[in-house]
Ligand binder design. Structure first.
Ligand code: HGY
Ligand code: MN
Ligand code: MN
Length: 348
């Protein structure tokens, strides 16, 4: 934090997250937290005395957890985390609330102590790697994020029947894993048919009993769909629900669909975007408007106060993998734009 000269002025907040996915990379989120710290250091060591206090935040649990929820910390800060969220079980039946309690958090405080509002913070800025190929392919140095996708998650439970894998005729089986496999392909096709309006991914399928000579009796599938267009998302849910049930029914397999609304698509603040553009141009950096196919804490913060994001290019567009890489020079550009945006906002 950098204390402002005017204690009555609402603060400016910048940051991101430092958690990552299984076998993730070294830049997702971290660039935004270290970039925020470096911005404050630059201002302080440069003798700047900002009017607004500048807060640096590292949000807990931004990545999707086994309970199907992202952005735990920013949901708490904005009052979006609900008791129903805390009751969400993981694949072993442990609820999110129990899991949080095990790590020493107080679940009741997580849903009752939101504090973020325009009186406390006047703007939130997040520097982040793009995590996709657009900026690099277009040779653009800075992305000005226009909107963040909405996410619908699906947990599907397929209920078939265990049988001997050698003796039960193919036509008489109720193979839960075969029904899940049909769903995987239907989910993928839904994304391909969207032609850029949305994407759809199955991330995990588990089946029981898992013995090599037993027809699977049950399977659990986890998937998600994303789009900046809520109409596409609603239609996609309806199409999938119908297709998955029909394909499972054709195999004599029952299916239960549990939909999790992760987050609504969210436009980011136009006036903050203009300040970011001014900062990029004042530093002679090329910029382009870009929607975010990844979700971020900014999606929750933006529902309470003006929020905006600055993207820097990802090498080969790769992310959520050990190969994730952003050049130091691009990170430096991002911090340069972030610091100059904060200075401009502080003068408002
Ligand atoms: O899932 C996402 O888009 C982010 O990385 N949590
Ligand atoms: Mn991230
Ligand atoms: Mn991520």
């Amino acid at each position: 934090m950098l204390q402002g000269e005017d204690p009555t002025a609402p603060a400016l907040m910048l940051g991101s997250h430092t958690d990552t996915v299984r076998s993730g990379g070294n830049f997702d989120g971290v660039v935004g937290v270290l970039g925020a710290i470096e911005t404050v250091r630059l201002l302080r060591d440069g003798g700047q005395k900002p009017r607004h206090t500048i807060l640096v935040v590292d949000f807990l649990g931004e990545e999707s957890n086994d309970h199907g929820l992202t952005c735990l910390g920013s949901r708490c800060m904005t009052g979006e985390l609900t008791a129903a969220d805390l009751d969400r079980p993981d694949g072993e039946g442990v609820t999110l609330g129990d899991q949080c309690a095990r790590t020493g958090l107080d679940p009741s405080a997580m849903i009752s102590q939101s504090w973020l509002g325009p009186d406390e913070v006047s703007a939130y800025l997040e520097l982040h790697i793009e995590q996709g190929p657009v900026l690099e392919q277009r040779g653009v140095e800075v992305g000005v994020v226009t909107a963040i996708v909405g996410i619908e998650r699906l947990i599907a439970r397929f209920l078939g029947r265990a049988d001997h894998a050698g003796t039960m005729p193919m036509s008489d089986r109720r193979d839960a894993l075969a029904a899940a496999a049909e769903a995987v392909l239907a989910i993928r096709q839904l994304g391909c048919d969207a032609q850029g309006a949305g994407v759809a991914t199955t991330s995990r399928v588990t089946a029981v009993p898992g013995s090599p000579n037993v027809v699977p009796s049950a399977a659990r599938l986890e998937a998600e769909m994303r789009s900046t267009d809520p109409v596409w998302l609603d239609a996609a849910r309806a199409v999938l629900a119908q297709e998955v049930a029909a394909k499972a029914g054709a195999l004599g397999v029952g299916v239960e669909l549990d939909w999790i609304h992760d987050n609504q698509a969210q436009k980011l603040d136009d006036s903050l975007q203009s300040v970011i553009i001014g900062a990029a141009e004042s530093r002679g950096l090329s910029w382009a408007p870009i929607p975010s196919g990844a979700t971020h804490d900014a999606v929750h913060v933006a529902r309470k106060i003006p929020a905006a994001m600055i993207f820097v290019p990802s090498v080969d567009g790769r992310s959520h993998c050990p190969e994730e890489m952003t050049k130091l020079s691009d990170i430096a550009n991002g911090i340069d734009v972030l610091a100059n945006t904060i200075l401009a906002l502080d003068r408002r």
